[in-house]
Design a protein around this ligand. Structure first.
Ligand SMILES: Nc1ncnc2c1ncn2[C@@H]1O[C@H](COP(=O)(O)OP(=O)(O)OP(=O)(O)O)[C@@H](O)[C@H]1O
Ligand SMILES: [Mg+2]
Length: 374
């Protein structure tokens, strides 16, 4: 039967006297009915929620009735941020196998009630891991947008209270909140509170936090979508690792993904000689590529050009990637030239090094032939 998940949640909330849960799922039901054209009944449901007012502890965020996220008892700061990611703003470019896992995860959530009914359900949870700047956080936004659900991102800084005893309580409150409303719960920078229990340097209290985290994950209802992201997967406790039904690694983008990213970031400014940029972005993450593309577009707009200057973009990318060399005060310009040439001679051609450092091509050739020979 249609809408049975929402109806069951409303009944459950009512039996437990959990007004925010009833309000949240009623709002979801109203939204779905409205989409199907049942405007009158949707309006009536919303009116009822409105009449309940503050007793449902909801707040209105951009016209939506929004259950209030619990706060840390001591700092009074919210334990999570709620956003409604838009599909067009959260497009994420992934390797084919990663994309396939994500599609499978979404299809699984869509059919989760059938699996549960057949007694073979698993928790809709995904751990996203991999190097920084490759799209982990963005993927979480994308999944929430695809599911048309709000994303509650845990605020690690508030959750991990300075009073360590409160951390377990904060976790509990946040998980309970997530369980009482249709949402995706996202634990970003997950390693902050899921560090291995046998880490010698951690306080005993933090180890108890891991235990509490495990208990909270286990207690989540089957229909709460849980996502977590980390770029330190080696720090995760194996017990935490096992809790996630899906685990996807987002590595540095390969050539095809880099081409997709360049198309996305450059839009109509996409130049003809893109191949050289694809080569120059080898080994770079999406965040660096995006920054350099935006800078190149800004320059093109100021120069009133319709496409970006490829050479300029390649230099921008190289500067972003090798900030340690470019920004080093311990190295002279001559030493930087030698180092950069040694790092990547395809990107740091004699001509480019000459234009970056304002030295003649003759001088660059002399320096690099000496430096490389050394
Ligand atoms: N695969 C990708 N597809 C689309 N955009 C990407 C991708 N990788 C990076 N980006 C861009 O780079 C920015 C940073 O990505 P994001 O914050 O998702 O990285 P992250 O993997 O979560 O990094 P960190 O580990 O540092 O938190 C995003 O705003 C996004 O625009
Ligand atoms: Mg991130």
């Amino acid at each position: 039967m249609q809408h049975s998940p929402e109806i069951l949640k409303i009944v459950e909330g009512a039996l437990r006297s959990n007004a925010p849960q009833v309000a949240a799922y009623s709002e979801l039901l109203a939204a779905k009915l409205e989409k199907e054209g049942h405007i009158r009944i949707a309006q009536s449901i919303r009116k009822k929620i409105g009449q309940a007012g503050h007793s449902c502890s909801t707040t209105s965020v951009s016209g939506r009735l929004e259950p209030v996220v619990p706060v840390d008892k001591d700092s009074r700061l919210s334990l999570g941020d709620v956003i409604y990611p838009a599909l067009n703003e959260s497009q994420v470019k992934l390797h084919k196998p990663v994309q396939e896992s994500v599609d499978e995860f979404l299809a699984f959530i869509d059919k989760a009630h059938l699996l549960s009914a057949a007694g073979v359900g698993i928790s809709p949870s995904m751990l996203i891991y991999g190097p920084p700047g490759c799209g982990k956080t963005r993927l979480a936004h994308h999944i929430a947008a695809q599911l048309n659900l709000p994303l509650i991102t845990a605020r690690c800084d508030t959750l991990i209270s300075s009073f360590l005893g409160s951390t377990a309580k904060n976790l509990r409150n946040l998980f309970d909140h997530a369980a009482s409303r249709p949402c995706v719960l996202f634990l970003d920078e997950f390693d902050a509170f899921a560090k291995a229990r046998d880490d010698q340097h951690e306080l005993g209290e933090l180890k108890r936090v891991v235990v509490s985290l495990l208990q909270n994950i286990d207690a989540l209802p089957d229909d709460t979508v849980l996502l977590a992201a980390t770029n330190h997967e080696e720090l995760l406790d194996p017990a935490v690792w096992r809790r996630f039904a899906y685990r996807v690694q987002i590595p540095l983008p390969n050539r095809d993904t880099r081409t997709d990213l360049l198309k996305q970031f450059l839009g109509s400014f996409y130049p003809k000689d893109i191949k050289r940029i694809e080569e120059a972005t080898d080994g770079m993450n999406g965040a660096i590529i995006q920054q350099a593309c935006l800078a190149a577009i800004r320059s093109a707009v100021l120069a009133e050009n319709e496409t970006i200057d490829t050479n300029r973009l390649i230099i921008g990318l190289a500067k972003d990637q090798h900030q340690d060399i470019f920004g080093s005060s311990a190295l002279s310009d001559e030493e930087k030239v030698i180092k950069l040439r040694e790092t990547n001679s395809k990107v740091f051609t004699v001509d480019r090094l000459s234009s970056i450092f304002g030295m003649s091509t003759g001088k660059i050739s002399k320096l690099t032939s000496k430096g490389v020979a050394k």
